[in-house]
Structure formats: structure tokens, C-alpha cells
Design a protein around this ligand. Structure first.
Ligand SMILES: Nc1ncnc2c1ncn2[C@@H]1O[C@H](COP(=O)(O)OP(=O)(O)OP(=O)(O)O)[C@@H](O)[C@H]1O
Length: 241
């Protein structure tokens, strides 16, 4: 579903390398966790897959299409939730969702059905008429999730999606991620919450200093290093690799 080849990205005049030639393959049907310490390059990778940033070198293919050659087609495949849900505060929730639905050219019935279903699941159907500026962080996060998922994209890319969600909403989202992957779709998400990654990911990658230091199932990686938990494995790899 996602193929990343020799991807590099530097920022600023000093050309600080945020990503240094990473390679990664994420398959259909998997929940893939992208882990790493602060500043490792997770958000940069996500911004390159979603076409928000331009890569310096390498290429990214989504469903066989290069993001360089088919940026619009690739974006149609993706539902993206950024790490910060700061969105149009002056719009109401429903105005925001209708705007997103327009961008994705969704029909009247389709948008109505999908918005109703998702807003009920995340329990914000009663506040969609109110301005986003009045929402809590968690409510904004739920609204962004609904906006990203309502056009039913096969590939979900979620940057720290659990931050700000209460336990019930986080549980709902985790179940939705599993269901989505089980239907043959793909979920790629970054997180610092290792317990969540350990529980729900089919495979993980750990990135540090712009380089992927390991990829595999949680069990494979734990066995390789004889560690009992993902937390211990993560700390060992971050210290020593
Ligand atoms: N706009 C920018 N200008 C300059 N440097 C940047 C910019 N954005 C990111 N960086 C640098 O690129 C590197 C990778 O950052 P990135 O945000 O991708 O990390 P991350 O793994 O998502 O971190 P976190 O867990 O803290 O969100 C860091 O050294 C960061 O300081």
C-alpha cells in the first residue's frame, strides 16, 4: 500500500537532515505503528507521504502510484489526521465537515450518512452546529478524525491520533482502526504510547535520527533482543543503536 524508497529530507539553510534515506513497505490489511523519540522524523515522513512537504530525494508510492507523478490521485486514497487539530475556529463543526466533503466531491446522501454515523460513534453529533472555537481539544480531534475518514479512504495516516481523546473515544478509534485494516485497508500511525502500539499494531518501525533502526512484528522484535515488553525494547534500541 505504501512503498517508501531512499527518502531524504533536509530543513532550512543549514540543511539539517530530518530523514536520511529511509526505505519502508506497509502492506494492505495492516495496522502499522511508526515509533521514535522526539525529533526522530515521524511527522516529516507523514508530511511527505501526504504531499504536504516535498522530498529532496527518493520516492513514495501509494497503491502503486508515485506521489510525485500523481499527487491528486494519491491524496484521494488518504485520510490524514495531523498531530495538531487546529482548524478553522470560526466555522461550525458541520460547516467544516461540509467543506471537507465538497473538497472530496462527496454527494449529499453519502456525506449525510457518513457524518451521522461517525459523529454518533465519536459522540459529537449534538455539537456539530456550534463553532469550532468553542470546542475542547478532544472535540476538535474527533472532528478532524471525522473529516479525514468520512470519504472512506483506503489508507489512514494518523499522526499521534490518541492525543486528547478520552478513553472511550480512544477505544472507539482503536476498534475502527482494526476493522479498517481487517477489511484489507491500511492504517499507518505514529505514537509515543507504546502500550497502544504493542496491543494493536501488526508491525512497527522505529525511527531515530532520520533513519529506520528496526522493522517487524512486536513479537519478532522482542524475541530478537530478548526483551519482555515493547517499552524495554524501545528504550534499549534508542540508547544503543
Ligand atoms: N520546519 C522545520 N524547520 C527546521 N527543522 C525542522 C522543521 N520541522 C522539523 N524539523 C526538524 O526535523 C527533525 C525531525 O522532526 P519531526 O517533526 O519529523 O520529528 P518527530 O519524530 O515527528 O518528533 P515528535 O515526536 O517530537 O513530534 C527534527 O530535528 C526537527 O527539529
Amino acid at each position: 500500500m505504501i512503498r517508501i524508497q531512499n527518502l531524504s529530507k533536509s530543513y532550512g539553510k543549514n540543511k539539517i537532515k530530518a530523514l536520511d534515506g529511509i526505505n519502508l513497505e506497509v502492506k494492505k490489511g495492516e495496522i502499522f505503528g511508526f515509533l521514535g523519540p522526539n525529533g526522530a522524523g515521524k511527522t516529516t515522513t507523514i508530511k511527505l507521504i501526504t504531499g504536504i512537504l516535498k522530498m529532496d530525494e527518493g520516492n513514495i508510492f501509494v497503491n502503486g502510484m508515485s506521489i510525485k507523478d500523481n499527487p491528486i490521485e494519491v491524496k484521494k486514497q488518504i485520510g490524514f489526521v495531523p498531530d495538531n487539530p487546529e482548524i478553522f475556529n470560526r466555522l461550525t463543526g458541520i460547516e467544516y465537515l461540509n467543506f471537507i466533503a465538497d473538497v472530496y466531491e462527496m454527494g449529499k446522501e453519502e456525506r449525510k450518512t457518513n457524518i451521522l454515523k461517525l459523529s454518533k460513534e465519536f459522540e459529537i453529533e449534538d455539537v456539530l452546529g456550534e463553532s469550532i472555537g468553542s470546542y475542547s481539544h478532544g472535540m476538535k480531534q474527533k472532528l478532524v478524525l471525522i473529516g479525514a475518514l468520512m470519504h472512506k479512504p483506503p489508507l489512514w495516516i494518523l499522526d499521534e491520533p490518541m492525543v486528547g481523546l478520552d478513553p472511550k473515544a480512544a477505544f472507539t478509534l482503536k476498534n475502527m482502526m482494526r476493522e479498517h485494516a481487517d477489511k484489507g485497508n491500511t492504517v499507518f500511525f505514529s505514537t509515543h504510547v507504546l502500550e497502544v502500539a504493542e496491543k494493536i499494531c501488526d508491525r512497527i518501525a522505529i525511527i531515530k535520527g532520520g533513519k529506520i533502526i528496526t522493522v517487524g512484528t512486536v513479537e519478532e522484535l522482542k524475541n530478537k533482543k530478548h526483551e519482555e515488553s515493547l517499552e524495554k525494547l524501545f528504550l534499549e534500541l534508542i540508547e544503543n543503536e
